[in-house]
Design a protein around this ligand. Structure first.
Ligand code: SF4
Length: 909
């Protein structure tokens, strides 16, 4: 074990603050003392923003171990806690919070020692990156620099170290083949392996799912099957079996689409069963995400060459280290640690992706090494593409790529919501300013490589006079769109241009008519009875949009003509760039047309297919956007038209597809109801004995609105369960208030409390920390209700603060009216309860309780819970006793928690 680093270290939690001096002597410190010492001498810390928050000193900086870890082991996973990092470097976790302070010194020493290890696998590029980080004032740079030997020969440039992708010809269309149920079952047996427990439901599902993988039976719709497969039947392998047989035999690609990253990761982990050879697996099973998830190398190059400054420039260097070692360049949920961007308070990380659709394709010097292009090409050649609902829908809607022929939508209960956001339209300040930037390019003092259309199409403009004229007109017309500082001008009542003027009127209408739902958060009002000023401004804005539409249409035509004429200068790179511009123009023109339709409706009759409303978007009382929004009343209609009907086979599956209702509801929520031929239905019950493994407690004596009682309830339940609790809230403000009241008390009892919207850590990392520490608890809102996958002992108690009724928004009111009034609300709540309950029992042997801290729980909603689960209404004291009895050592199930057993994430479905 290396000697601890002779530098002071600082560790702060809700339980207290500890400082280790340079000799490793630890003592407790007051807040003021710790701040003074940290301001004087840089201390070793773990997660500076988090420690700064605990100290109430946001400017805290120091030697952050997580930054050092990201430098030394880019693209490796580590739980960002003293215990997590200790294990990663091969040390035992600290025995107490006080010990954690000196442990930080040991971890630092161990990490720095790796730099002198001749077998350090991530050595290449380290010396060069550290030299740049030194110039940027990175606090670890001198300590790293004196341990790193200068390489004898100069290190290769980052970009030349990345492998280039190969261009391949178009793949022939898939052969028309069928998968026999027997073949599907045999493949399943192969996948589950010898000695695996036979699972009846899984076998039946594999056989049923085969029906989807066959030539279309109807001209106007796919072979469609809805499969409700209870948790634990092993549904992923049940559909991967026929999908892999079909892909092999037809030469086509089957798409598996998920809603959460957790499931995407789980599917990725099934890869070795399907393709044991790693090299083959990389080719045949590919993960695909939206472009905005991947690192754009051109943006990175710009950032490394001075485009970023201060802390953002340090982040760019660390991302540069990661870029050389990443599996696929995915910055969001891939192998870039989720905690890295938050260490830099997210400065710069989004600017490194292709978020604004600025890609210049073949015009980019890194095109042949681009992660996005590589993933897209790999996907075309693969047997199985693991994607997400949004990507599948966007690709189909924008005709970017050949629409998938065979699709499995897992987590199918989210299809409605995914379609809802994919097919949404928003004419907002933020959206409009992005459009202006894409067309006009950099203006004023803005920096960076952002280039406008004119710069990207310079060669086309000098070749084609008509195209050049259209380009000029488009740029002129785009100046009618909002520009920098537009929100300030709106607030001051001094909008510039017709769109800003419209948004100013929208803002005024919202403030005049809306009722604040959640102080400090979004405000909205329906788009009904608009007054004369709003109608006039909408008409002027419509004219401005039409003036932009026309030259863009001419330009698109001219670009197509250039591709057809194929002049000498149009080499393959120029062609890719022009095609990229045609593509980009296509969906921007679609957006303009949709905005036009929305504006044309102001002052006219409402379209019954849509719900329109005006909104001012805010976070913590700060405005960040003003919008006219439009959603489909039933977003499964465009889903059916654009995605389902062109497909050959579609399987939609989930553990809660019907949400406690009949198949009719599932047909409506998945788009199956809009197809000409009826979808098939399949169901397999969960093999778990829910009645034995869990129970539901409805606490009757906590009054709605009594925050002190609510917080007290949470604290006592968490103390009784000794952590392992997921607390779910319907409002961020109540979550924050409860957290503020109980975090210190629990921490002093050795029970860490993590919270979404409070801790400066992304939700994925919070779940990783929660999963890693059986004494930790986690508070969160919607995203956690759906995305937490924590099998085993780390999650043994789910506590909901109240019944998760839908928020009374304009959109909800419209859908409620169309969907049967309170019956609609009941369906929504039942689905949410079923999802929340589903977090508890993830695999055989899991045990736990589900508590609702609200007596206002109608009995008709209780069928959301699996049959056999006992539901009791009781006061808090009795609920505490039940929790104690069920989770106490010796009561079975969670007893092992107290023996400190940790479990790897296993296949829970
Ligand atoms: S091809 Fe596009 S996305 Fe890829 S690195 Fe270049 S500009 Fe970025």
């Amino acid at each position: 074990m290396p000697a601890p680093l002779p530098l002071p270290a600082l560790h702060a939690t809700h339980a207290g603050i500890w400082v280790a001096d340079a000799k490793g002597e630890v003592r407790e410190a007051t807040r003021g003392e710790a701040i003074a010492r940290a301001a004087e001498t840089p201390h070793i810390v773990l997660n500076a923003p988090l420690v700064g928050q605990r100290l109430g000193y946001a400017e805290l900086s120091g030697l952050d171990l997580l930054e050092l870890f990201a430098f030394i082991h880019p693209a490796r996973f580590a739980v960002p806690t003293p215990a997590g990092l200790s294990r990663t470097v091969g040390m035992s976790p600290p025995g107490s919070e006080a010990e954690a302070a000196s442990q930080l010194q040991g971890i630092a020493a161990s990490l720095l020692d790796r730099l002198t290890d001749p077998d350090w696998p991530e050595r290449e590029g380290g010396w060069t990156a550290n030299a740049s980080l030194h110039r940027l004032g990175w606090s670890w740079a001198p300590l790293v620099g004196c341990r790193l030997e200068r390489p004898e020969r100069g290190e290769r440039m980052l970009f030349s170290r990345l492998a280039a992708w190969e261009e391949a010809g178009d793949r022939p269309p898939p052969l028309a083949v069928s998968v026999d149920p027997g073949e599907s079952e045999s493949r399943l047996e192969q996948l589950t392996g010898d000695g695996a427990e036979p699972r009846g439901g899984q076998k039946a599902m594999a056989a049923a799912a085969a029906s989807v993988f066959a030539p279309r039976r109807s001209r106007d719709g796919p072979n469609m099957l809805l499969a409700e497969a209870g948790t634990g039947i092993g549904k992923t392998l049940a559909y991967l079996a026929p999908a892999s047989v079909w892909a092999e035999r037809s030469g086509g690609t089957a798409w598996i689409s998920t809603f959460t990253k957790a499931l995407q990761r789980q599917l990725d982990s099934e890869g070795p069963r399907l393709f044991p050879n790693a090299a083959e697996r990389t080719k045949r099973m590919v993960i695909r995400k939206g472009r905005e998830n991947y690192l754009c190398l051109l943006n990175l190059e710009d950032a490394l060459q001075g485009g970023f400054s201060g802390r953002a420039a340090i982040l760019a260097q660390l991302v540069g280290r990661w870029a050389a070692y990443t599996k696929d360049g995915d910055m969001v949920g891939g192998d870039l640690p989720g905690w890295l961007p938050s260490l830099f308070r997210r400065a710069g990380s989004t600017a490194l992706t292709d978020r604004r659709g600025e890609c210049i394709y073949g015009g980019c010097p890194h095109y042949r090494r681009c992660f996005i292009e590589r993933a897209e090409r790999a996907g075309r050649e693969a047997d199985l593409v693991i994607a997400n609902h949004a990507l599948v829908m966007i690709n189909a809607a924008r005709s970017r790529e050949t629409a998938p022929q065979q699709i499995v939508f897992d987590e199918g209960h989210h299809l409605f919501d995914a379609a809802d956001s994919t097919f949404a339209i928003a004419l907002s300040g933020q959206e409009a300013i992005e459009l202006r930037r894409w067309i006009v390019g950099p203006e004023g003092r803005s920096r960076g490589r952002r280039r406008g259309l004119a710069a990207r199409l310079m060669d086309v403009a000098s070749y084609d006079e008509e195209g050049a004229k259209a380009l000029e007109q488009a740029i002129e017309a785009a100046r009618a769109l909002p520009s920098d500082a537009w929100l300030g001008r709106l607030a001051e009542g001094a909008p510039f241009g017709p769109i800003e003027a419209l948004l100013a009127e929208v803002r005024g209408t919202v403030y005049a008519r809306s009722r604040a739902q959640d102080a400090g958060y979004g405000l909205e009002t329906e788009l009904a009875e608009p007054d004369g000023a709003l109608v006039d401004r909408a008409a002027a804005a419509l004219e401005a949009l039409e003036a932009l539409q026309k030259p863009l249409a001419v330009l698109a035509r001219r670009l197509e003509a250039v591709i057809e004429a194929a002049p000498d200068w149009l080499d393959s790179q120029a062609r890719a760039r022009v095609e990229g511009a045609i593509n980009g123009l296509g969906w921007r023109r679609e957006t303009l047309a949709a905005w036009g339709a929305l504006l044309a409706r102001i002052g006219g009759p409402a379209d019954p297919d849509f719900v329109d409303w005006l909104a001012v978007e805010r976070v913590d009382g700060r405005e960040y956007d003003v919008a006219i929004n439009r959603r489909w009343l039933d977003p499964t209609r465009p889903l059916a038209e654009v995605v389902l009907k062109p497909a050959q086979g579609v399987l939609v599956t989930s553990a809660t597809l019907r949400g406690g209702d009949g198949w009719e509801t599932a047909d409506q929520r998945t788009g199956a109801a809009h197809l000409d031929s009826a979808a098939g239905h399949f169901e397999a019950d969960s093999p778990f004995d829910y009645g034995e493994a869990s129970e539901v407690l409805i606490v009757t004596d906590i009054k709605q609105g009594d925050l002190a009682a609510l917080a007290g309830g949470y604290a006592r339940l968490i103390e009784t369960a000794e952590g392992g609790t997921l607390g779910l809230f319907t409002a961020i403000q109540r979550l924050k208030a409860v957290h503020a009241r109980i975090a210190d008390r629990l921490a002093r009892a050795g029970l860490p409390l993590l919270a979404q919207h409070v801790d400066p850590i992304d939700a994925g990392t919070l779940v990783d920390i929660f999963r890693d520490d059986p004494r930790a608890s986690l508070l969160g809102t919607d995203a956690l209700r759906d995305g937490v996958d924590v099998p085993g002992d780390s999650l043994r108690l789910v506590v909901m603060e109240r019944v998760p009724w839908p928020r009374p928004t304009v959109l909800h009111a419209a859908r409620r009216m169309a969907g049967g009034g309170s019956a609609y609300d009941d369906r929504v709540v039942r689905a949410r309860l079923a999802q929340a309950f589903g977090r508890l029992i993830r695999r055989q042997g899991d045990r736990g309780l589900f508590v609702i801290l609200s007596a206002a729980m109608p009995s008709r909603l209780l069928r959301a819970f699996p049959p056999g689960v006992q539901v009791s209404r009781l006061p808090l004291d009795e609920a505490i006793e039940r929790v104690r009895a069920r989770l106490a050592p010796g009561a079975g199930g969670a007893a092992s928690v107290f023996e400190g057993r940790r479990e790897a994430v296993a296949n829970p479905d």
